[in-house]
Write a protein that binds this ligand. Sequence first.
Ligand SMILES: O=P(O)(O)OC[C@H]1O[C@H](O[C@H]2O[C@H](CO)[C@@H](O)[C@H](O)[C@H]2O)[C@H](O)[C@@H](O)[C@@H]1O
Length: 257
Amino acid sequence: MPVGPDDALAVLRQDPATTGIFTDFDGTLAEIVDDPSAATPVPGATDVLGALARHHAVVAVISGRPVSFLARHLPSSVLAVGLYGLEVRRAGRVEVEPEAERWRAVVDDAARTCEAEGRAGLTVEPKGLSLTLHFRQHPELADEVASLARRVGARTGLVVGAARRSVELHPPVAADKGTALHGLAEGLGAACFLGDDRGDLTAFRALDELAAEGTRTIRVAVASDEAPAELLAAADLTVAGPSAAVDLLRTLLPTGS
Ligand SMILES: O=P(O)(O)OC[C@H]1O[C@H](O[C@H]2O[C@H](CO)[C@@H](O)[C@H](O)[C@H]2O)[C@H](O)[C@@H](O)[C@@H]1O
């Protein structure tokens, strides 16, 4: 018999002390906005994450953003995993994937090249160990930005990935949202991940691996007209947007908290 949303989420409520809550940031906790620096969690997001962190084994935001950005928006009790797993803020300290560190100068150089060679309208977001090339406000630049990213990637060794109305360049290091989630959730009784974009698929796949190891898992997709079909197809549940994602998270709080 098919289970409804409430039944699916019940596995996340049974034992908070052995349950991990993992979520993406942009498009999941924050509405998508034109200016990347203006993104902010929707009302209630920060409070619910802080409340969940009081009861659950681990609550983490796993994002393409740097932890310096996430830290400004999240309570310190919430683990911030930045740059698709290259950075973690734990107990106020930032740990960086050692293999990625030597790419910092390469990323700086790539950001300068993109600023110099990109057409007016391209927004370059340097993030330390990776960078994002945004064309949300100029969709006509999409192909040109993709080709600039491929060119810079080929010259520098950085790996190109697509994101919502943007292209990203990452160090060729074996880290992504999936490896981050797997490392944090291993051994837990239950875990979920909420995400909206293709970069979140690795986290869904990590949940598949954890499920094979015995963890009860839930994948939540945040729908939008930019959501990849593969993400929606892989989800156990779909919510309409960030406010609905926060409503879902609120239902995971123990009664009376
Ligand atoms: O993993 P996430 O937390 O989803 O972060 C992914 C990227 O999100 C940001 O870009 C996206 O959101 C912007 C603000 O709404 C929007 O303008 C842009 O079009 C989206 O691609 C962020 O700027 C990137 O650094 C993150 O990697």
